[in-house]
Design a binder for this molecule. Structure first.
Ligand code: DON
Length: 600
């Protein structure tokens, strides 16, 4: 897949940051925003280890916190909290704001998952994942010889599932919101109608997809700086992006709720768009789409309780498997990213992703053996071939082929309000700007989530993930996800809200970020800043951010047969909140992009 321009700028930012963060100094106080003070006192005895991407400090708030991928969206969330909204009001406002200011992943044309824990400790999860259209068929991306028709599940009209985000937000707000729906939608309407100033990253992202915008959307003027074929001007930092059609779409949703999207004008425009591009989503599909409240997946880890997303995401099951595989080992004593620590984590990841490919799919269509998969007795049987002497061969676990990696264009946000209600949402169009189809007259991108199905057994998707019958395409079925919005309790109280984009790497980034805090004593921001690695069973290699492993760790792992690949790009864009021992919140946003935490 295309490597984004963003990665190049990220790399430069990374190198500058790395040079600047030789030592972790206590944060400076006295700035306007209160910053974290290293409550958990991470220490590494080895001075050659530089575990952090940057020395960004967490933001401290006592009354509320919002961490998201974009400063404008985080500000919207904060404004809603300060206006008396609860965490769900703020989260709904952030989802819609991101659909305006972060069109690469924020969306109304995609889907997502919400994990919610209320202040009294009750937990809920909402599955607003897209569905395959009613006319979808198992082999829709194969030719008559059974070969994959390249690219059809990735770009253009056939790549889109039926969007779930608007229904999800309506459901979440109806059940838990406090402020009026119209009030919660207003900031997004304003951002679309009046425009907002692009960040440098926003500008680069839109410039990067200019060709697709014109070829996939002939005759439309959306997201282009100039529509004249001879004018080569591109977007730059500070330019105002006004989205008049999107503003009208948002106003319809504001006025009519669900019907403002799934019926009436918006639905008509979307169905028309599908007709124009020979896509499958029908007016009927839209009318029939409903998000689903699912039983949260919960599991104990030491004195913590992990509350996470059940299938249709694989993320929760995988996260719990990972945590349970490595729970018996003294990770803290071994040290952060030392060879033994990394080795048991990689071996856990190898086995978990093999299970994912075999067993996971939409629970409304296939029986997913969740209880067995996270059962310690089952996990013990999966560990019998582990040896510290040598890497397990993935082919002995199962077979597959080699993929590429797409840019990080899902998005996660975390919100905690004054009363301690907490929301963890990951939402996506799948690839950056989804299918790149903009709905004519309605002004929003459609997802390319169909690629998350296993379009043919054993054929990798854009994240290199393979699957089988459990995740085969069927009409109205949800495609399997790796998104892992998660909330942790410690001793029965709210402790952490965590999540990230990153396709297949979401699960392992969430896993490492949690362990960084609870095993390695990092603050929330340090855990986010910390460099990351990833293994997904197939391809049988470990990718790592430059600096994540020290030289001795690399040598030790290689001598045991591990294939290591240093990335030139980055892993994860976490947005998290930690409740500190004094009850204040530490908001941590990823320094790898524009992510921003705002608290008060
Ligand atoms: O649901 C999933 O697992 C994927 N559609 C997520 C895609 C993603 O994270 C893309 N960017 N990082």
């Amino acid at each position: 897949m295309k490597k984004s321009i963003i990665y190049h700028s990220t790399l430069i930012a990374f190198m500058v940051a790395l040079a600047a963060c030789k030592t972790q100094k206590p944060s400076t106080t006295g700035s306007k925003i209160e910053q974290s003070q290293g409550v958990y006192q991470y220490r590494d005895e080895d001075p050659t280890v530089q575990p952090f991407f940057s020395d960004r400090k967490g933001v401290i708030g006592r009354n509320g916190m919002v961490a998201s991928a974009h400063p404008e969206a985080s500000q919207v969330g904060l404004t809603i909290l300060k206006a008396g909204g609860n965490a769900v009001d703020a989260a709904v406002a952030v989802q819609f704001a991101l659909a305006v200011v972060y069109p690469g992943a924020g969306n109304i044309g995609g889907g997502g998952f919400m994990v919610y824990r209320d202040r009294a400790g009750s937990a809920y999860t909402l599955d607003y994942r897209e569905k395959a259209p009613g006319q979808a068929t198992q082999n829709m991306y194969l030719d008559s010889l059974g070969n994959v028709r390249q690219g059809l599940s990735i770009s253009g009209h056939l790549a889109s599932g039926v969007p779930g985000s608007v229904d999800g937000m309506v459901e979440a707000h109806k059940r838990f919101g406090k402020l009026a729906w119209a009030e919660v939608l207003q900031p997004a309407v304003d951002l679309a109608a009046k425009g907002f100033a692009l960040t440098e990253r926003d500008a680069l992202g839109l410039n990067r997809i200019k060709t697709d915008l014109t070829t996939i959307n002939p005759g439309k003027a959306y997201f282009l700086k100039s529509t004249s074929p001879t004018d080569t001007t591109t977007w730059k930092k500070g330019d105002l992006l006004v989205q008049a059609d999107l503003a009208k779409t948002l106003q319809r949703i504001q006025a009519q709720g669900r019907a403002g999207f799934y019926e009436g004008e918006t639905a008509r425009l979307l169905a028309e768009e599908m007709k124009r591009g020979k896509g499958l989503i029908s007016a009927e599909d839209l009318k029939n789409y409903h998000s689903v409240w699912r039983q949260p997946l919960q599991a104990n880890y030491k004195s913590y309780n992990v509350i996470t997303m059940p299938p249709t995401s694989s993320g929760g099951v995988a996260l719990i498997q990972l945590m349970r595989f490595t729970e018996p080992y003294p990770l803290r004593k071994w040290g952060w990213n030392r060879d033994s620590t990394v080795q048991v984590m990689i071996e856990a990841e190898r086995r978990v992703y093999a299970d994912r490919a075999k067993f996971l799919g939409d629970p409304d269509f296939v029986k997913v053996p969740v209880d067995t998969l996270i059962n310690p007795n089952y996990l013990r049987t999966r560990w019998t071939d582990f040896s510290f002497a040598k890497a397990t061969d993935s082919r002995a676990v199962k077979g597959g082929t080699i993929p590429g990696y797409e840019s990080l264009e899902t998005t996660h946000f975390s919100v905690v309000d004054k009363e301690g209600n907490a929301v963890s949402i990951t939402t996506t169009l799948n690839g950056g700007y989804g299918s790149r189809v903009v709905v004519g007259g309605a002004g929003f991108f459609l997802n390319n989530e169909m690629d998350d199905f296993s379009i043919k057994p054993g054929v990798p998707n854009m994240f290199g993930l393979i699957g089988n019958q459990a995740n085969a395409i069927a009409p109205n079925k949800r495609m399997l996800s790796s998104m892992t919005p998660t909330i942790l309790e410690k001793d029965g109280k709210l402790f952490m809200v965590v999540g990230t984009p990153g396709g297949s790497t979401i699960i392992t980034s969430v896993y490492q970020t949690i362990l960084n805090v609870i095993e390695h004593g990092m603050s929330m921001q340090e855990a986010v800043n910390a460099l990351k690695f990833h293994h997904q069973w197939l391809p049988d290699k470990t990718i790592f951010e430059n600096g994540a492993f020290s030289e001795p760790t690399i040598q030790a792992l290689q001598s045991r047969g591990y294939i290591l690949e240093k990335l030139t790009n980055t892993l994860g864009r976490m947005d998290c909140v930690l409740v500190r021992p004094d009850g204040s919140y530490e908001g941590a946003s990823d320094p790898r992009a524009d992510n921003t935490a705002r608290g008060y």
